[in-house]
Design a protein around this ligand. Structure first.
Ligand code: GDP
Ligand code: MN
Length: 387
């Protein structure tokens, strides 16, 4: 039994009749997808899926973001598919690129080095800009100014269950700030200096340590050698806390824009940005004892991603009950799935083997969509097995 469990139950546990009356509460919210023109097919599959399982009832607008001009083909394809209107925005040059203070030649060298070392996407300059963008600049875009909430989607996403209530309204009603489906442990080598940088900021700010932060650091349940190894890799702040490397997988987020627009979050982002870590890790505080670890990191090192940045900030700045796990949303991206265990009328088939779960919901609405929720049991695991 997890003590935080009672604070975070699903908003509904049975199939809802979506409230479509004009007087039904709505939030200033948008579904948002950053994409490239050549991803049109995968992007379309995502949009079809979210329309089918959610937006066919709620008709929220979908805002598409790109650092380049949109292809007319992408625009017309999406316009034909969305039910709540689509907007096609081009990210201003100032919001997408290297930070002002960085030495660009040096950064490009570091990026090339990562490419030669075979770091996944590490050699792609645009990938680094994307991580920086989603860590900070996304939230202050003029194109999103009118919204208080966003639901982030990506190309190549699938939803499995009907969502028959409005998650933005429920988030607001329950005073939630951030919602996720999947959480994963980060590969340590992808962000060796991030925890150090965040912890430095935390100490400077003297923010009070929240429950969630305490849960994510100092994972005393980890075996000693692993804790020791983590400290050697730099996931340890000045007070001796260690980060368990758990982070919310940010390709799915239903969250408050205002939280990320706050002075505290934007100040943290600026600080990380100044350190140049979205382009190159600079690890300075390793004990000589862990030189081997350092050498390994030099081979594998990568820049900071937006997912651990968001997660650490949330852990630091929010009480844990402000974070909501959407365990009722069936979700897949890349090769990770969440297969809901609590959906109405469903049957969870859970073996003794950790995480092996198959799930099927048989309750259906008259229109044949309703709360139907099917995941492929052979390929899915439920959330808890990841992190
Ligand atoms: P991963 O999730 O870390 O594997 O990264 P992805 O390749 O999935 O990229 C995350 C999101 O950013 C996706 O929605 C991509 O479509 C988008 N994205 C990544 N790089 C670029 C880029 O250079 N330009 C644009 N417009 N979108 C990008
Ligand atoms: Mn992705």
């Amino acid at each position: 039994h997890h003590p935080a469990r009672d604070l975070d139950v699903p908003f509904y546990t049975s199939c809802q009749e979506p409230d479509l009356s004009p007087s039904a509460p709505r939030e200033a919210a948008a579904i948002v997808m950053l994409a490239r023109n050549h991803e049109v097919e995968k992007a379309l599959r995502t949009v079809i899926s979210i329309e089918k399982h959610f937006n066919r009832w709620f008709h929220y607008p979908i805002v598409f973001l790109n650092d380049e001009d949109w292809d007319p083909e992408f625009v017309s394809t999406m316009n034909e598919t969305v039910s709540g209107g689509a907007k096609f925005e081009v990210i201003p040059k100032e919001e997408w690129g290297f930070p002002a203070n960085i030495n660009q030649d040096r950064a490009r060298e570091a990026i090339n080095r990562q490419g030669q070392q075979g770091v996944l996407y590490g050699g792609l300059e645009s990938y680094h800009h994307m991580c920086r963008f989603y860590s900070g600049k996304f939230y202050t875009l003029k194109a999103l100014k009118e919204y208080k909430w966003y639901w982030r989607i990506e190309p190549d996403v699938e939803f499995y269950c009907a969502l028959t209530y409005d998650p933005f309204v429920e988030m607001a009603k329950h005073e939630k700030v951030y919602g996720f489906t999947v959480a994963l442990p980060k590969e340590p080598a992808t962000c060796p200096g991030l925890f150090r940088a965040v912890a430095d900021w935390k100490e400077e700010q003297d923010y009070r340590t929240t429950e969630l932060w305490k849960a994510m650091v100092s994972p005393s349940w980890l075996p000693w050698p692993i804790r020791k190894m983590m400290s050697g890799l730099g996931h340890r702040d000045g007070r001796g806390d260690g980060w368990n490397l758990c982070h919310y997988w940010s390709n799915f987020e239903i969250a408050s824009l205002d939280f990320f627009r706050s002075n505290a979050y934007q100040d943290l982002f600026e600080r990380l940005d100044e350190r140049g870590g979205f382009y190159e890790e600079r690890v300075s505080t390793l004990t000589p004892f862990f030189r081997l670890g350092k050498n390994l990191m030099l081979i594998m090192r990568k820049q900071w991603g937006d997912a651990p940045v968001h997660s650490l900030a949330l852990a630091m700045l929010l009480d844990s009950h402000k974070v909501h796990h959407f365990e009722d949303i069936g979700y897949r991206h890349d090769w990770y799935f969440q297969c809901p265990a609590n959906a109405p009328g469903g049957q969870l088939l859970q073996s003794e083997v950790l995480g092996a779960a198959a799930f099927e919901v048989r309750e259906e609405r008259e229109d044949g969509i309703g709360c139907r929720c099917e995941c492929d049991g052979s390929r899915t695991r439920n959330h808890a097995s990841y992190c």
